[in-house]
Ligand binder design. Structure first.
Ligand code: LMR
Length: 393
């Protein structure tokens, strides 16, 4: 039976990790997978995470099963972090296996509620969004998003395309720090998106994987909060991988805002059912780290301070890269790098230019020219800038 299986295409982002590891050149630069690295190239365990783990180790008395939805403390703390003012009477939530698990459960839930739905996704989007939907056999269409000339959002095109969504369709939006482009909507544009969704009756699914990596913890949640305040039904898939640096703990949450309490109860039951069918109980260790930090004033303050250091490091690298490129190109055509937010920027280079940078300079970025800003440091920024110019970008 197993010999009937077909070989699976490797994930583009994960494949790059292996390619990078196999490269024996000194001075190679990994700008592939979306993982934060400090200037020494280390993905650190955050101070508050260490402290929370030690506290958990000291005080935890059992490792019996959690609930199907995870621990209430974690879900409440995450709802406050993301939504600030939490409409508890309308909110259903479950802990999930990372942000990816939340996206998957959100799509399953939406399909259970409307078997005829189409999902509308930005062109481009995180490749795994597409891969998951293909695997599920879920119909999707892309809406125009990135303007390759300005390297910003083609908002008129986006509006035109999402206006085609039907009632009960899902429109997948990146809450902040768009992956892979780094180009984001302004709050005025978000308000227009909300008006379109209201008119069409399509349901937003907000993927919030980088809260705190763009303009700050609250600023990065503004769009999600606006959508949550304005529309009767909203799905939110949030990840703690990046902002708590707990990638391998697989800590995420799916929140569903329902029209009323009765619909909320239905959503809560269906979400718990989905967890049960997929993996029974969600993992607890990462979730417990998160709630321990968020519910303790000192730990939270320290976590926020470290997250700000991370964010400011990335902003500094953006400015440095834009400035190097301004000098080398004698133009401001790379200034979009300083305007983009989050971990990524799409450079707008061709596949061939991306290959050239890999071959000639040992620089690894995803084939669509997405670069992970956090993979740089002040020494490698000039190397990248030179390679970009030499490759003719
Ligand atoms: C990325 O986009 O690089 C991250 O979200 C990691 C992943 O799983 O692809």
């Amino acid at each position: 039976m197993l010999s009937n299986l077909k070989p699976q295409a490797a994930d583009k982002i994960l494949m790059l990790i292996e390619e990078y590891k196999a490269d024996t050149r000194q001075g190679k630069v990994d700008l592939g997978v979306g993982v934060y690295k400090d200037p020494q190239g280390v993905t650190p365990v955050m101070r508050a995470v260490k402290a929370a783990e030690s506290r958990i180790w000291e005080t935890q008395t059992t490792k019996t099963y959690t609930g199907l939805a995870g621990e209430p403390e974690y879900r409440a703390a995450m709802a406050r972090l993301v939504l600030d003012e939490v409409p508890t009477d309308r909110l259903a939530s479950v802990a999930t296996v990372g942000g990816t698990g939340a996206v998957r459960q959100a799509l399953e839930l939406a399909r259970m509620a409307n078997p005829d739905l189409t999902v509308h996704v930005s062109d481009p989007t995180w490749p795994n969004h597409l891969s998951i939907m293909k695997f599920m056999g879920l119909p999707f269409v892309e809406y125009r998003y990135f303007d390759n000339d300005s390297r910003g959002v083609d908002f008129d095109a986006m509006k035109e395309d999402i206006a085609r969504a039907k009632k009960g369709d899902v429109v997948l939006l990146h809450g902040c720090c768009h992956n892979p482009t780094g180009a984001n909507l302004t709050m005025d544009q978000w308000a227009e998106v909300v008006a379109i969704l209201e008119k069409t009756g399509a349901i937003p699914l907000i993927d919030l994987a980088y809260q705190g990596f763009g303009d700050g913890l609250d600023a990065d949640a503004q769009a999600t909060r606006l959508v949550a305040r304005s529309l009767p039904e909203v799905l939110i898939a949030a990840s703690c991988s990046k902002n708590f640096g707990i990638y391998r703990e697989r800590t995420g949450i799916l929140m569903a805002l329902a029209e009323n309490g009765a619909a909320r109860d239905l959503a809560q039951g269906s979400m718990a059912y989905l967890n049960r069918q997929t993996y029974s109980f969600p993992p607890d260790h990462g979730a417990r780290i998160v709630s321990t930090i968020l519910d303790d004033q000192a730990l939270r303050a320290d976590w926020q301070a470290e997250l700000e250091e991370v964010r400011n490091t990335m902003l500094g690298l953006r400015d440095q890269l834009a400035s190097e490129l301004r000098d080398l190109s004698g133009s401001d055509r790379f200034d979009f790098i300083a305007r983009h937010r989050g971990m990524f920027s799409r450079l707008g280079a061709s596949q061939e230019q991306v290959e050239t940078m890999k071959r000639e300079a040992g620089i690894y970025m995803v084939g669509d020219s997405r670069l992970n800003i956090a993979g740089l440091n002040s020494d490698t920024v000039p190397v990248l800038a030179r390679a970009i110019i030499d490759a003719g970008v």
